[in-house]
Design a binder for this molecule. Structure first.
Ligand code: NIG
Ligand code: FE
Length: 390
């Protein structure tokens, strides 16, 4: 049995209110015991249980937090969209149509090129503290290219999402309903073996309410669990459909009616906020306070993709959420860890109570508050995944 003691932790976030103080389950002058890749014990240093010979790591009085759980990412693609970003920063608006540029590049890429891209981004995310990451397809949009995107994603993460309904590809521009039939027919058949989730970009310029419902229902019948891109660019029926179909998460949720907020607060669907997208499209941020004050469960994710948010960096998203979305540092950290886990319906990650996976991050800071207080500073000193240091 491998056993590791993380000792001399100045401030430990467990996200377990029965282990420490408040919503973050905070402990000061703490220690963690890791056994066989899982948290065996978390508590005050003075009370570390006797145990077998352990390796000891001295945290030097710094902060330790759970690894970030990034529940929304689009990592399987080729090329980038630098010039689109540059044009946007000169005043051009973001539209769903830019996705087609990446689809063209992705279709001509080899498996090895796409694999290398996913690996690079998953590694980049890990170095900034993300120990669990979801990954969508959506830049292939043929039966073969969607299935291979999911297959390549599944090589690097268990949280794989079929997003054949990202946008209607050019060859179906004249007959979008035929594309919807493909997405819920032969493409779904080819993708089901590789995916856990099904997603639809429900938005003007992408898929409407009827199309969204038809696709998600077909996915559900095949055992996939829905998640929905809803209300990113304008109001629409996405949240209503997400809650109605028992989706794990409604993502973006920037444009919400009162009924949407109420549905999220009273249903089991997590509201996932993606401030990197508003930052990179120069758009108004979602109203996090409205959701939190209504009682909705909120997750924060990076939405890494080449069009609207080309970042894997969750500390950056936390800083945006605190500074520009009026979330408290506690709410933002909780949303980026436990919230992400809830959006992925995972109970083994996002917290550091005994039995959890030993996925945690040592910060070069005395407290988690520094993630927002010191924006842009690389505070992630070391990352452990399944008890193994990166
Ligand atoms: O989450 N909204 C749809 N999908 C991505 C954008 C994809 C793209 O622009 O390539 C998003 O923002
Ligand atoms: Fe997205």
């Amino acid at each position: 049995m491998s056993s590791l003691l993380i000792d001399n932790i100045g401030s430990l976030v467990t996200n377990a209110p029965d282990v420490g103080q408040g919503a973050l389950g905070l402990l000061e002058d703490a220690a963690l015991v890791i056994e066989d890749g899982l948290v065996a014990w978390a508590g005050p240093r003075a009370l570390v249980p006797e145990g077998a010979a352990r390796e000891r790591f001295d945290a030097g009085g710094r902060a330790v937090i759970p690894g970030f759980v990034d529940s929304h990412a689009h990592l399987v693609f080729a090329g980038d969209r630098t010039s689109e970003f540059e044009a946007r920063m000169s005043g051009r608006a973001y539209t769903a149509g830019g996705i087609r540029t990446t689809v063209a590049a992705t279709r001509t890429a080899t498996d090895d090129e796409l694999r290398a891209g996913v690996r690079r981004l998953v590694g980049e995310a890990l170095r900034s503290g993300t120990t669990t990451i979801e990954c969508k397809s959506g830049y292939g949009l043929t039966v073969e290219d969607e299935a291979r995107s999911l297959r390549l994603a599944a090589e690097q993460t268990a949280e794989v999402t079929y997003l054949g309904a990202h946008v209607v590809p050019p060859e179906y521009a004249g007959d979008p309903d035929a594309y919807v039939d493909l997405v819920r027919g032969a493409m779904l058949d080819a993708c089901v073996p590789h995916a856990r989730w099904i997603d639809v970009f429900c938005e003007r310029g992408a898929f409407d309410g009827d199309q969204t419902r038809a696709i998600l229902t077909a996915g559900k019948e095949r055992g996939l669990v829905p998640r929905v891109h809803a209300g990113q660019l304008g109001p629409g029926p996405g949240v209503r459909i997400a809650v109605e179909l028992g989706a794990a998460s409604a993502d973006h949720v920037t444009h919400l009616s009162d009924a949407d907020v109420e549905a999220l607060a009273s249903g089991g669907t997590v509201a996932t906020l993606l401030p990197g997208a508003e930052f990179s499209t120069r758009s108004p941020y979602p109203d996090a306070r409205r959701l939190l004050d209504a009682g909705a469960t909120v997750a924060l994710a990076a939405d890494c993709n080449p069009g609207s948010s080309y970042t894997t960096n969750i500390p950056f998203c936390i800083a945006l959420a605190v500074r520009d979305m009026n979330m408290t540092p506690v709410e933002a950290l909780r949303a980026a860890t436990m919230g992400g886990a809830q959006a992925l319906r995972r109970t083994d990650v996002g917290h550091l109570a005994p039995g959890a996976r030993a996925d945690f991050v040592l910060l070069d800071a005395p407290s988690h508050v520094h993630l927002a207080y010191r924006p842009g500073v690389p505070l992630v000193a070391r990352v452990w995944k399944d008890g193994v240091p990166g």
